[in-house]
Design a binder for this molecule. Sequence first.
Ligand code: NDP
Length: 405
Amino acid sequence: MSKVIIIGAGGVAGVTAKKCAQNDTVFSEVLIATRTVSKADKIVSEIHQYFPNSKTKFSTATIDADNVAALVGLIRDFGPEMVINLALPYQDLTIMDACLETGVHYLDTANYEPLDEAKFEYSWQWAYQHKFKEKGLMALLGCGFDPGATQAMTAYHAKHHFNEIEYLDIVDCNNGNHGKAFATNFNPEINIREITANGRYYQDGQWVETQPLELSQDIYYPNVATRKSFVLYHEELESLVKHFPSIKRARFWMTFGESYIKHLSVLEGIGMTSIEPIEIKGQQIAPIEFLKAVLPAPESLAANYTGQTCIGVQVKGVGKDGLPKVHFIYNVKDHADCYREVQAQAVSYTTGVPAMIGAMLMLEGTWKQAGVWNVEQLDPDPFFEAMNKWGLPLSELSGVELVKD
Ligand code: NDP
């Protein structure tokens, strides 16, 4: 039985909190602390409405997670075993600092990104390795779906199917329809910063840079659809090529609809996606922050969302029998099913469930180890078992090359 703090009360935090409520033998008390406390209150009132039999005790608080002293005060008052950070990547380091100061474990779903530069890499968080180790604390980085489950899938490929992973392709398809002309499925600012940045993939020991959305191919997503998919840079590529040095090429593919790309290119063309603040009526404001304020909140898309997501990892390499092999591990999730279960769409669901599972595996001791860890460094088997149990069943397909060279 464990006490945890969830920081943030957006689409992902709502799912994680509700999964903690379902898993009340592990999560005895949860404090949801965020900038706008009314959002946390709404999650708790939905939990009371939809999960009336849960024994997990919930409370809420206001916090500015950019402020280490405020975080330290909050953590000391509540006395949790760990903090689950589901705010934005900008808050990762302040929350890690507060965890170190108060002696609690840490988990997040996205790696640190400075506010004034659209750049994300693990170096800032990996630099905390010895501090967490010295204190006997664990920080688990990027335990959502991608990053997160995709790294567990890679570790599972390595453990059960391959002697050598040579070619790695992570594929992320949202074949859903929310009925809006333009909206993002998770935090708009983070999402747009990711997509408008240059693409990047790993080849023969080097990073190859592309223009945004320059490389594409049609990929068949089993039981879902064939969709045009684009190469993006995604953070888990950095840790996967480090931890699996046999990898010759690693790429990340994501689907985008034509309407999404058309709207994004117009918004970009007129400067609305810029992160450079401009002055309006005496106030400094970045156009992308303004855009975020007028776009639908990710959690508001859930009620009318139809269709499915399919996220998976294809590996080509040398199989356990020493012969060439191609293998695909994936999950398909239906948006409407997610809404029925936890009043969320599948992008929030597929992120929030692995966060709950990662926290559970840490709290139960299965994954707990001192230091800073990426998901692929840990045993994938208990994670797979929990994914199957908690709503994200995994499937496997062998011998079919879904992503071409
Ligand atoms: P939302 O924008 O819906 O929610 C973010 C929450 O964080 C909001 O409640 C916001 O408060 C709160 N917040 C922001 N800044 C602060 C702050 N300084 N102090 C306290 N609270 C703050 O985002 P999502 O729920 O969609 O995403 C959450 C995280 O999950 C993001 O880091 C995102 O990158 C990551 N993610 C990871 C994925 C994966 O597969 N690994 C996939 C999708 C998302 P307020 O509402 O008041 O602004």
